[in-house]
Unconditional design. Sequence first.
Length: 135
Amino acid sequence: MADLDVNTLIGAAIAARNLAYAPYSRFAVGAALLTASGRIFSGGNIENAAYPLAMCAERVALFSAYAASERDIRALAVVTPTHDVASPCGACRQVMLELAPHARVILLNLTGAVRYTSPAELLPHGFGPTQLQEQ
Ligand code: THU
């Protein structure tokens, strides 16, 4: 992936924080992903007064891409307003592993800290579709 693409994606993830609906946590997260076709899908976290129904920014972006029939995801950038780069929650790791297994994952905060990782590194030994056949 070219540096240009990475920087564009990071910019989109930062901008996606404005899409967050986070009146309860006031913790706006932005995510943006790049598909093989060159499209960018982004999302912010979306909360609910029934707190457990909140949806993380990562899954909003991933589901948006899939909803548009875009399944070949090359990279996913996530921006959190944290001191250190934050790590996606367990639910997002599970979803990433299945929906974007080969994506380059770029985790950032707002002060320039960056960590490059992958779905498999974030969720080693994760549950996958092949295991459903082993019964
Ligand atoms: N959140 C995300 O959107 N992504 C993460 O990686 C961590 C947490 C959201 C969920 C909730 O709306 C808020 O941040 C506080 O947990």
